[in-house]
Ligand binder design. Structure first.
Ligand SMILES: O=C[C@H](O)[C@H](O)[C@H](O)COP(=O)(O)O
Length: 227
């Protein structure tokens, strides 16, 4: 029987945390896989295996978890991160990513763009041949004028809907909404530029040329994918 996905996610997280050394400045990701990494960091700090870490979290949830485990969490400053560890929703062979199904894409991008090394952790179901195969592309949009913003996005060929949770519109940590979109076509860099130039769009879940490596856990073991 193949191991449970949760077991695989934890294995990938533990591999990534093995790269962390005392004194590092870290970016803490968001989601069910990143949670295992934060827990492993907390365990290592409590056991005295790591010390003098400073961290910035990419969501309120990760911030709360990290603090509860005794990690030193502070605000985002221009200081570069030694390593950021985060999950992903889709991982292409090039290590381009779709992120944001957990709603944290803006803070994730703000933190991870400053990381010397962005390490992705995931189970094997996140691997795709081309981005958009399984997951929609999350786009964070301002609530003000959202119908106008959606018209602009649909004019660009986007098909999708505003994310809901328990029937209510999903609100991000930044007080914004998320449009989960699907686009035809493969020019991701061009799509990213177009979306970033669209009025009302705050950020997209396309993380292109950012990840250095991914630890991808499968029943046969953890595979290391390097860009
Ligand atoms: O906004 C959420 C993040 O991008 C997550 O890293 C991503 O959704 C993967 O989450 P999970 O590890 O729970 O699949």
């Amino acid at each position: 029987m193949s191991p449970d996905l949760e077991v695989l996610k934890k294995e990938a997280a533990i591999r990534a945390v093995s790269l962390i050394e005392s004194g590092m400045h870290l970016g803490l990701g968001t989601g069910s896989t990143a949670k295992y990494a934060i827990e492993e960091l907390g365990r290592k700090v409590a056991a005295g295996e790591l010390s003098n870490l400073t961290c910035v979290a990419t969501s309120q949830a990760s911030d709360t978890l990290a603090r509860s485990l005794g990690l030193d969490v502070g605000p985002l400053t221009p200081q570069a991160f030694d390593i950021a560890i985060d999950g992903a929703d889709e991982i292409a062979p090039s290590l381009d990513l779709i992120k944001g199904l957990g709603g944290a894409l803006v803070r994730e991008k703000l933190v991870e763009v400053q990381a010397k090394r962005l390490i992705i952790i995931a189970d094997h179901t996140k691997l795709v041949q081309a981005l958009g195969q399984k997951a929609p592309l999350p786009i964070e949009v301002l609530p003000f004028g959202v119908d106008s913003t959606l018209e602009r996005l649909k004019g660009l060929g986007a098909v999708g809907e505003l994310r809901r949770q328990s029937g209510e519109l999903y609100i991000t940590d930044n007080g914004n909404l998320i449009f989960d979109a699907r686009f035809a076509g493969q020019d991701l860099a061009g799509l990213e530029r177009t979306l970033k130039g669209t009025l009302g769009v705050v950020e997209t879940g396309l993380f292109l040329n950012m990840a250095e490596r991914a630890f991808v856990a499968a029943p046969e073991g953890v595979r290391e994918v390097v860009r």
